[in-house]
Design a protein around this ligand. Structure first.
Ligand code: AMP
Length: 113
């Protein structure tokens, strides 16, 4: 697996505030939260960007969305939350290990900046 900060979190080499884990993914609080609830959901297998996912990843991608539902509900924001996937540096991706941002607990504007 390529070395990213998230690979180190998966291997427990650096700490994270983990809120959910199963065989396929890990969810933990963002270290620099942009909302009262800001959780990252990452697959345990390495996929650098969403655009790098392939047909074999279909079930995994669906699983990540269902985990987003579960985590949002458990965190009390099931009625209103935003999912963000930054794909590529130009739109803000800074860690090249696929992750879903689950954001909630405040109002959001649209369109995003
Ligand atoms: P992105 O900019 O979409 O690639 O999102 C990467 C996110 O990872 C940012 O929101 C960072 O605040 C977050 N992040 C970076 N390092 C850590 C870490 N060690 N623990 C938790 N979140 C992190």
């Amino acid at each position: 697996m390529p070395e990213t900060i998230f690979a180190k979190i998966i291997r427990r080499e650096i700490p994270a505030d983990i809120v959910y884990e199963d065989e396929q993914c890990l969810a933990f609080r963002d270290v620099n939260p942009q909302a009262p609830v800001h959780i990252l959901i990452i697959p345990k297998q390495h996929v650098a960007r969403l655009v790098d996912a392939v047909a074999e990843d279909q079930a995994l991608l669906g699983h990540l969305l269902l985990v987003a539902n579960k985590v949002a509900t458990e965190q009390g924001i099931g009625g209103a939350f935003r999912l963000v996937v930054n794909n590529g540096a130009a739109v803000g991706q800074s860690v090249f290990h696929l992750h879903l941002h689950v954001l909630g607990g405040r109002a959001f504007t649209w369109p995003p900046g």
